[in-house]
Design a protein around this ligand. Structure first.
Ligand SMILES: [Mg+2]
Length: 227
């Protein structure tokens, strides 16, 4: 049996943050009558932070946070059609074509020759499975897991359910907080493939990086050489 390699999806296999940034710019523009861009960004981030435990990660939660923020910033003056427009942005995001990162299909073919590939992505089940479908990459994976959070208990549970020993497991992804630190904490290996943009919520606490060491590569195509 081949060893198992965990692979993150958003911003490891395809562009994701960029989609959110495009819509955040539209939201800034919509709020111009009431607030500057920085104030809008700060209010939206605060709404997301406050509501993530209720909404979870994903487009629907993002849309609800924009609606709440628009009502708050405009002190109730925002019109109903603009609110419906925000919901429409979410619908667009859900159907947006997937933009694969450089060399991803070839890299997965290489990695899949030596490993069973386990896609582990967090967020809304519908959003995430929609992206997997539209990516055309689903067949390259041994198993696909959509989880609400990527933390120590989640990784333990996922590996346990698939009969994978953490000591023989490696995870690859763009987020130190979600793809690297929890996997190291359960005794696995992790390889960081940074992406150009990282969501504020994915920035690790600097104290968590003390004495922690892990390999960093530029692209997914560089991972095979490390395994
Ligand atoms: Mg990611």
């Amino acid at each position: 049996m081949l060893p198992v390699l965990g692979v993150d999806a958003d911003d490891t296999l395809w562009e994701n943050e960029e989609r959110f940034h495009e819509v955040e710019q539209r939201f800034r523009d919509l709020m111009v009558p009431w607030a500057g861009g920085d104030a809008t960004d700060a209010a939206l981030l605060a709404a997301e932070r406050e509501n993530i435990s209720r909404h979870g990660y994903g487009i629907k939660g993002f849309v609800l946070s924009m609606v709440l923020t628009a009502v708050e910033i405009s002190d109730g003056a925002i019109d109903a059609r603009s609110l419906a427009g925000i919901v429409g942005w979410g619908h667009e995001m859900m159907a947006h074509p997937i933009e694969l990162l450089d060399g991803v299909p070839e890299a997965l073919d290489d990695l899949g020759a030596t490993h069973r590939l386990l896609l582990i992505t967090k967020g809304d089940l519908g959003d995430q499975m929609g992206k997997v479908d539209r990516s055309g990459l689903a067949d390259r994976f041994w198993r696909i897991e959509v989880v609400p959070e990527k933390d120590v208990p989640t990784y333990r549970d996922v590996l346990d359910r698939h009969g994978v020993d953490p000591a023989e497991f490696t995870m690859v992804g763009n987020s130190v907080k979600s793809d690297v630190l929890p996997v190291l904490a359960i005794g696995g290996r992790a390889i960081h493939v940074p992406h150009t943009t990282t969501w504020a919520f994915e920035k690790p606490d600097p104290a968590d990086l003390d004495g922690v060491d892990f390999p960093v590569v530029d692209r997914l195509t560089d991972v095979a050489a490390l395994l």
